[in-house]
Design a binder for this molecule. Structure first.
Ligand code: AMP
Length: 279
């Protein structure tokens, strides 16, 4: 496995791959890798000649300075994990390499970013789109892999790629979970022991919402989920919304649709966790 920090150097390597006609798969990450990330790497390995991962904690997608400061950065372990998966190349730029000057690029996501994560984390998705489009320009992958854990992000990236007409297939990968159903996340290691013990409730409540959706209005489901999770000491639901799977329009009336997803964000102490479920 090769590791490259500089754009010029990685572009040279990628050009050689392209000249040989190799198909390139790309997995962008912010590091602190876990089985969720590795599942993306494994899928890319299966479907491409070359798999490239990137590790870059993107400051401009953090709307909370403390979250950025506390974000785990176990680089040596990350590189070991990628080596263990036979990842071919890792792009490890620093901030100056990616942003020699501040980017003020602004994207229009036609409302996909006005709900849920976009509503509660102003500027987050613009920051994500800036870094992902920058990485796409550098890596020029054929296929890029994203987890359904960040479902709204996945939809926004698909939209961005279509909007700026990039010839890249965006491939969505299923959510990988801990033994108790908690969606794997780099932030899980920051949970206090008791909060970690209780965190399985998020998945349990999402499953309950799915079951209830057969015969209960979305409004009642929402009330139930929020009140049950808020009963757990230290837990506070930031939002629970049921939205259309494609448009991400929140359904806030009595109607029910076939293609819905339940989206949740919960604070467990200071740690913010997100998850979702097809309903
Ligand atoms: P991050 O490092 O959090 O930016 O995540 C990098 C990629 O891994 C994104 O496409 C995430 O959606 C994906 N990912 C993170 N956690 C999981 C998970 N539990 N299951 C599947 N994919 C995940």
């Amino acid at each position: 496995m090769e590791v490259e920090k500089y754009i010029v150097k990685i572009c040279e390597k990628i050009k050689k791959f392209k000249d040989k006609g190799y198909i390139i798969g790309f997995v962008p990450t912010m590091g602190a890798l876990h089985e969720g990330h590795l599942s993306l790497i494994r899928q890319s390995k299966k479907e491409n000649d070359i798999t490239i991962a990137s590790i870059f904690v993107n400051p401009i997608q953090f709307n909370n300075k403390e979250d950025l400061r506390n974000y785990p950065r176990p680089l040596t372990i990350d590189l070991e994990m990628l080596r263990g998966e036979s990842c071919d190349l890792v792009f490890l730029p620093d901030e100056k390499e990616i942003y020699p000057e501040p980017s003020n690029r602004s994207f229009n996501f036609e409302g996909l970013d006005s709900v849920m994560e976009g509503k509660h984390r102003p500027g987050h998705f613009n920051g994500v789109a800036i870094i992902v489009s920058r990485l796409f320009e550098i890596i020029k992958p054929d296929n890029a892999y994203f987890g359904e854990k960040d479902y709204q992000q996945l939809m926004i990236i698909k939209y961005m790629v279509a909007q700026i007409k990039l010839p890249i297939n965006i491939i969505s990968c299923a959510i990988i979970r801990e033994f108790d159903g908690l969606a794997m996340s780099s932030r899980n290691t920051l949970l206090l022991p008791n909060d970690r013990k209780n965190a399985g409730i998020i998945r349990q409540m999402l499953l309950k919402a799915k079951e209830m959706s057969q015969n209960t209005s979305y409004i009642k489901i929402k009330e139930m989920i929020i009140s049950e999770i808020n009963k757990i000491p230290n837990f506070k639901v930031e939002y629970f919304e049921i939205a259309d799977r494609t448009t991400l329009k929140v359904i806030d009336n009595e109607s029910r649709i076939k293609e819905a997803i339940g989206f949740i964000a919960v604070y467990a102490g200071k740690v913010r966790l997100i998850d979702n479920i097809k309903i």
